[in-house]
Design a protein around this ligand. Structure first.
Ligand SMILES: [Zn+2]
Length: 218
């Protein structure tokens, strides 16, 4: 099967105990679950309902705090933002507001307000969303369109261990709604392909990319 991000031919490997198969791209480092294991919308929603946390939970706040601690120093001057795939919570949006950044929220299940498509943002954040998407490159491209020239895209998704044997032992792949697994190399590839600047990653799960300043607004 071809890599849905870079079209390179991928290698198949599988988990002998569960029979779940994966494809590994050796050009952009993407790993993705074989499509027959993707879940339908209702099954995904049931799983997401379990995920939802109390906004007052101190641990949840600390979790977003760590994300913002990495991102905010790398995105100077941002005044408005979109939280793409926020889930049932608006906690990350409120934490950005506390930092002086006006923030909209969008989620296809819990906040399905398409108004964000008409706006342009200085910053789009997307935390633990990309591993769930069925067409991550389309969403990446769509989010870039939602940025002003010079705007930033900050994505959190756990980077996979770059070995198939380690991958099969990795807890993150076991969530049945996780289907795409990335590495910094995958985001380097996407950034280059879309003419963006790769600002940096934390080596673990967060990456910041900047849209070309000269790219025309659409
Ligand atoms: Zn690839």
């Amino acid at each position: 099967m071809k890599c849905p991000i870079c079209t390179h031919l991928c290698q198949y490997f599988d988990d002998l105990s569960s029979r779940v198969g994966y494809y590994h791209c050796h050009r952009c480092a993407l790993i993705f679950k074989s499509p027959e294991h993707y879940q339908d919308f209702d099954a995904q929603k049931k799983r997401y309902d379990l995920h939802q946390n109390d906004e007052e939970d101190a641990g949840y706040r600390a979790y977003f705090g760590r994300f913002l601690d990495f991102v905010l120093p790398r995105v100077p001057g941002v005044r408005n933002a979109l939280d793409y795939g926020c889930g049932a919570t608006s906690l990350l949006a409120s934490m950005l507001e506390e930092e002086g950044v006006a923030c909209d929220s969008y989620d296809p299940i819990y906040h399905p307000d398409p108004a964000y498509r008409e706006k342009r943002y200085d910053l789009i954040v997307s935390v633990e969303v990309f591993e769930h998407l069925h067409h991550p490159e389309e969403v990446f491209s769509e989010l870039l369109e939602g940025l002003r020239p010079g705007g930033y895209l900050a994505i959190q998704t756990q980077f996979h261990p770059d070995s198939e044997s380690q991958f099969l032992k990795w807890y993150y792949r076991l969530d049945p709604t996780h289907i795409f697994f990335f590495r910094p190399e995958t985001f380097h590839y996407l950034a280059e392909r879309y003419g963006c600047r790769y600002i940096g990653d934390d080596g673990e799960k967060v990456v910041v990319i900047q849209k070309d300043r000269s790219r025309a607004e659409t």
